[in-house]
Design a protein. Structure first.
Length: 377
């Protein structure tokens, strides 16, 4: 998601973000794509991590079990389109806008909106956002708000198999405060009851998510530091390269979720690195890493640890961070309840930025076994 430093109206704030690109961190120096939630992912390669959806987030921003009912195709029985005979929605005290599925023709306008919310500059951001946006649209959870033929807002979700995750939500900056974005959360979440997102800490951003059925659960922290300081790991742990098919097959076995399309996307990130963490030869974690846009900093985009309680997650996560960092500085998204946070701070890592993890229930992710991708959880 992209981070928007301008004042935001609580009715228009849309997270990311979780993209977006987002996308991992937002601050200018942390941004690499996602200019979305984009800037991180966008360059992202896929997380734009921050293209997400808050009104001021850049992540390009981020798991398992039950799969929400699939949204119907955008037809007469689609709750979004069925809201009006012409596909338009009118919010209380707000303007009437058409909510529809975006097409390739909308990409320039969407990129313009995401770029306007970024800190990296139009050219850098636009160059990295395209692949991320195409991925969100292909996943089926993206919508645009159109007013008088002009795209004025964009929102997107990813079905992670256990919940529907809000990746991005942005309104044109000059239209913030007019209620343009109010219909988008319902449009992109559809009838899914299990919902997640990463939102900025701005209290003005919370009401729109709370109305959408989410509640703030804990801080999501962007932690950065020298991977070479991690030492003394068990010799039984090792990391091996993997393919999207291999990682998707293991995650499907662990959680029932099909993330093949997402792994393929992450594999195409700049210097994308897909790998497994093994203990005594058995796979105990699945990881994706990449390099940040225009930066030597590497990002551990996502790590899923085996849900088997016999697997101790902390050393596994540290081994993955070593792999992702390749001896240099690495950026990791750590959930507040995760013991990994204290371990990294003790090693000299620092908190570079923060978001708020929000969900419709307290058990949609295990914060001690997941390093999330803010845009795609």
């Amino acid at each position: 998601m992209l981070r928007d430093r301008q004042p935001i109206d609580p009715e228009d704030v849309i997270p990311r973000r979780p993209a977006s690109r987002r996308r991992h961190p937002r601050p200018e120096r942390l941004r690499d794509r996602r200019a979305v939630r984009c800037d991180d992912r966008g360059d992202r390669g896929g997380n734009p991590q921050r293209a997400r959806g808050r009104g001021d987030d850049d992540r390009p921003r981020r798991d398992h079990r039950l799969r929400p009912a699939a949204r119907p195709a955008a037809g007469d029985d689609d709750p979004v389109r069925a809201a009006g005979t012409d596909g338009r929605l009118t919010t209380a005290g707000g303007p009437s806008v058409e909510i529809r599925v975006p097409t390739d023709d909308d990409l320039p306008a969407i990129r313009e909106i995401l770029t306007a919310h970024g800190n990296d500059g139009a050219i850098v951001t636009a160059d990295v956002v395209g692949p991320y946006l195409r991925h969100l649209i292909a996943r089926g959870g993206a919508r645009v708000a159109v007013d008088d033929g002009r795209v004025v807002a964009f929102g997107a979700t990813i079905d992670t198999g256990n919940a529907v995750h809000l990746a991005d939500l942005f309104v044109r900056p000059e239209l913030v405060g007019r209620g343009i974005g109010r219909p988008l959360p319902d449009a992109v979440f559809g009838d899914a009851e299990r919902r997640t997102t990463f939102a900025s800490d701005d209290p003005r951003a919370m009401p729109i998510y709370v109305r959408a059925g989410l509640r703030p659960l804990w801080a999501s922290l962007y932690v950065e530091g020298p991977s070479e300081r991690i030492a003394g790991l068990p010799q039984s742990l090792s990391c091996e390269p993997a393919t999207p098919d291999e990682l998707a097959a293991v995650e499907r076995r662990w959680t029932g979720a099909d993330r093949l399309a997402d792994y393929a996307f992450w594999a195409g990130s700049p210097e994308g690195d897909l790998f497994t963490v093994r203990e005594g030869g058995a796979v105990v974690a699945l990881g994706t890493a990449r390099v940040r846009q225009a930066s030597p900093v590497r990002v551990l985009d996502r790590l899923v640890v085996d849900p088997d309680p016999a697997v101790e997650p902390l050393p596994v996560m540290l081994a993955a961070i070593v792999r992702a960092g390749r001896g240099g500085v690495v950026l990791v998204t750590v959930q507040g309840p995760n013991p990994l946070l204290g371990a990294l701070l003790d090693l000299g890592f620092r908190i570079a930025d923060r978001d708020q993890f929000m969900a419709s229930g307290p058990d949609l992710i295990d914060p001690a076994r997941l390093i999330p991708n803010p845009g795609m959880l």
